[in-house]
Design a protein around this ligand. Structure first.
Ligand code: ATP
Length: 248
């Protein structure tokens, strides 16, 4: 069953047409890896799903509700309700630097959910344990490694109990030696059947963890398929050219 339905999405920045009639669906519990060259529109597509970008045309339905229909948006209250169940993890973590890990985790649920202090405390401890950072509850982000910061960012997204998690190049800003610890947390989430869209340059992750790979080029979806077919027998010349440059 599709939990995200995107159809004929269009977006331009001035004269730069960044999304050209993008259509695709994500099923509940599916992990979709989105790959493609820099500037192909991957981030813009992801950001549109959480309303960090406003599209010019097309539709996005999340769990049966229209975030945007034929380029028209509902009122902001409805938009907030629709996007509330989608969490996002960014390349550069976007933690609040002046707040502790615990405060970073609790700030959003404190504002929007009716939760007691005790429940929040238990939840932040449980989720930090899940990402392997129990000992960092009271740390400041500045004292953490990049891999630890990104795991805190994932924990923060999980605090809102999302149905869908979007990752925008979550390991691209990390040193190679800490990339694995973040990918492991993402693998664990995939195994727990979290619905995920992951924009990534990590071909190993796309090949091994994703249920489906989507290749974008020049604002279009060129090809998508199950990883075993996509990587061994790409159909499109542009996919072949991209893979020959990016697979090692
Ligand atoms: N806020 C913005 N204002 C103007 N142009 C933008 C903006 N955001 C993105 N763009 C442009 O849109 C195009 C697509 O960018 P986008 O970040 O979506 O691509 P991407 O595939 O995610 O690339 P990367 O891997 O480099 O992040 C690029 O040409 C970029 O310069």
């Amino acid at each position: 069953m599709a939990i995200i339905e995107i159809s004929t999405l269009q977006k331009s920045f001035g004269s730069n047409e960044v999304l050209k009639n993008i259509s695709f669906e994500v099923n509940k519990n599916e992990v979709v890896a989105v790959i493609g060259a820099s500037g192909s529109g991957k981030s813009t597509m992801l950001r549109s799903i959480v309303h960090l970008e406003k599209v010019d045309g097309g539709s996005i339905q999340i769990d049966g509700q229209n975030l945007v229909k034929d380029g028209h948006y509902p009122k902001i209250k409805t938009i907030k309700e629709i996007t509330a169940k989608t969490g996002m993890v960014f390349q550069h973590f976007n933690l609040f630097p002046h707040l502790s890990v615990k405060e970073n985790l609790e700030i959003a649920p404190k504002l929007v959910k009716k939760t007691t202090k005790e429940e929040l405390d238990k939840r932040s401890r449980d989720i930090l344990q899940k990402v392997g950072l129990s000992d960092k509850l009271h740390a400041q982000p500045g004292s953490l490694s990049g891999g630890q910061k990104q795991r805190v960012a994932i924990a923060r997204a999980l605090m809102m109990d999302p149905d869908i998690l979007l990752f925008d190049e979550p390991t691209s800003a990390l040193d190679p030696e800490v990339t694995g610890e973040v990918l492991k947390v993402m693998r664990d989430l995939a195994e727990e059947n979290m619905t995920m869209i992951v924009v990534t340059h990590e071909m190993g992750f796309a090949r091994e963890v994703a249920d489906r790979v989507v290749f974008m080029d020049g604002g279009e979806i060129i090809e998508s398929g199950r990883p075993e077919e996509f990587f061994t027998n790409p159909q499109h010349a542009r996919t072949k050219a991209f893979l020959s440059k990016n697979l090692n």
